[in-house]
Design a protein around this ligand. Sequence first.
Ligand code: BGC
Length: 868
Amino acid sequence: MLPRGLTAALIAAAAQRGLAYFGASLDARQSSEEPFSPPYYPAPNGGWVSTWAEAYEKAHSVVSNLTLAEKVNLTTGTGIFMGPCAGQTGSVPRLGIPSLCLHDSPLGVRNTDHNTAFPAGITVGATFDKSLMYERGVGLGEEARGKGVNVLLGPSVGPMGRKPRGGRNWEGFGFDPVLQGVGAAQTIKGMQSTGAIACIKHLIGNEQEMHRMSSVVTQGYSSNIDDRTLHEFYLWPFAEGVRAEVGSVMIAYNDVNKSACSQNSKLINGILKDELGFQGFVVTDWLAHLGGVSSALAGLDMDMPGDGPIPLLGNSYWGYELSRSILNGTVPVDRLNDMVTRILAAWFKMGQDQDYPLPNFSSNTEDERGLLYPGALFSPVGIVNQYVDVQADHDITARVIARDAITLLKNEGDLLPLRVNDSLKVFGTDAGPDPQGLNSCTDKGCNRGVLTMGWGSGTSKLPYLITPQEAIANITPTAEFYITDSFPSSIEANDEDIAIVFINSDSGENYITVDGNPGDRTASGLHAWHNGDGLVKAAAERFSQVVVVIHTVGPIILEEWVDLDPVKAVLVAHLPGQEAGYSLTDVLFGDYSPSGHLPYTIPREEANYPSSVGLLQQPFGQIQDYYTEGIYIDYRHFLKENITPRYPFGHGLSYTTFEFSEPTVSVVTPLDSAYPPSRSAKGSAPTYPTTIPPASEAAWPASFDRIWRYIYPYLDNPQADAAVANSTNKYAYPDGYTTEPKPPPRAGGAEGGNPALWDVAFSIQVTVTNTGKRPGRAVAQLYVELPESIGLDTPSRQLRQFEKTGILEAGASETLMLGITRKDVSVWDVMVQDWKTVVGGEGVKVYIGESVVDLKVECEVGGRCSIL
Ligand code: BGC
């Protein structure tokens, strides 16, 4: 036995090293330790949570009857372009289990017809409206179901907006973990209420597009995230998604702490499955699979689209290779059983065993007949598109969201709303159609006409588009349109004339480059595209009244013109989807007051951000991306550094005004202890025999008609593979590999974590009154400030809750209740590996405001509230 002092020193050193990034060291961000992701084995089995018990029972009885090949078939994609969807698993026809269709996107069914192109995530975030988030989820789920998509690949909460130039921030709900978490949970609940399985993505640290992927020639970047930052910021929305019972999680391309997410045992086994108690299945991002056994042991459950290092060759790290690794004893049978049980449990839980449609569309062609397996050189042909109309009345939801997201940044002299007989001159291609046609670019990989969404896999086709030009023309037939990005020199303006200038900023996914931007906004920076700044300035030179309408993927710099005297009004219409036109005129002409709020900060210049959040590029070697700014992202950073942004997070004006009154705070569940009460023990999970199945179960069936390049679970000589089980030539298991289950983590206990974390500790009640002359909707944003006694540096305000009123007529009031949970007033204690709060909430301050700086109410928890 080692001397006591030495043992303690060794434990401390191990804690420092093993947990510096994914664990301990109280202020790990300052740690000089190399990023390190400690091993976490074995993969925890699913099925111990009571709300999943029935689904797991059904899954268990099916899995107990599956052959090895049938099990493997459900874990592995059939290959890229080997079916109608972005990816599909194999099937088990014998037991009525179809090939599962996994398909994009977070805003509508991608690459098909008769679908709705809903507003993008960032737009939904800007509504700050929980019920609209849910309604959109229902619409997405209904359309997925109607098209036969089993797993709709959304919502996206990673990226989180760490890098303002990052290409895919617009797919998520905003640059704040609570906004993202609420957006994700509402979307998931809505989607899954229809039977579609949601897939929250991308876990985790996929904050820029460039260099995200590893391949045979390159290695994706490593997002080096310390444990506290991970828990308090990036993991937060995933925890909310798991708590909302999401059926699947997509793993990101990049590494986290130098271990690829698709085979990062700490991330999948440790954090997602053990600590967050995730019960569904974990799927790779497309072609993010890098190793067969390593990923299986690390907790991966499904490989999409199934291909190995070079797609379209019919090779896979799983499929037949997974069969082989089971037969030769490398991957425990128990692990395979858990993968398949998780997949089928999600399928049963959403009721997909009851009349769930098969895919009736093809994302590969618009033709009615086409190749059934386009990735095969020789493929049978059949009917692939049935053109099923799944839109129902979702256009209404789409329009309400796009409208209620519109964020009025400025409105001097109440220029807005416009009157129908105002003399309007409209400028900018962003007001009009794409001259080359409605869906002229694949996956929206161009920026022509009004910007309705970014580009990449997170898109869908527009079934129709009402442009701002059409909508304005329908209301004001005398309006003149100059759908050009260069200001027409011949324009004369009278004093009464109002110029409306449309500008935009686009971004997307890395496989498409648009105007020199490879997904991320490298070339454009945070500036308007297509000479947008020049257009506004030119308009401001001629006109004394200018309204600027901005369609944007995220923060955009307005400094060149926002203070010019003629620029009276500025609106951000975000990414509105198909209802771009009427949602805008609803607000421009005053049928509705704007009620959107910024889901991110608008800076004065890029230098306002921490230097660590710039895009990283490097020709050779792995990029190490250190999250040295910790949780100080977006407004947290601006507050800390005392930087006044151009417009703060949460900002958004209305045509009316609101007053907050009669605030009260009450204790609901007393915070009697710094750490939550102990978790309960895990319930029992289904078990199976652990014996290796007979080799014959992976043999090719007799007289089987193979499709070239299709990925199958079968082996040519399974007996030989099985024989290797007895050989001495064994797989080199990763360091720390074990089959001995770990003690359950103290921060876990149910889906999302210890359920006591969601105990409502305090509740705030506040009355909102419309004190202006027009009807409108107010948002109460609740921010908390933790006291120094928490022992860690924390942001001076963190959004923890929000509620939106209904439409309040002038003079009308509504009382809102906002609950604050234990987790909301906790920090992640990296040493204890649990959430820590201040007992009794002593010293916690709560603010309610209309933005992060426009605070109306302050409450001392356990004390009084005052109006500010
Ligand atoms: C994207 C995912 C998407 C998948 C399938 C990947 O490139 O990162 O978000 O769901 O492709 O299309």
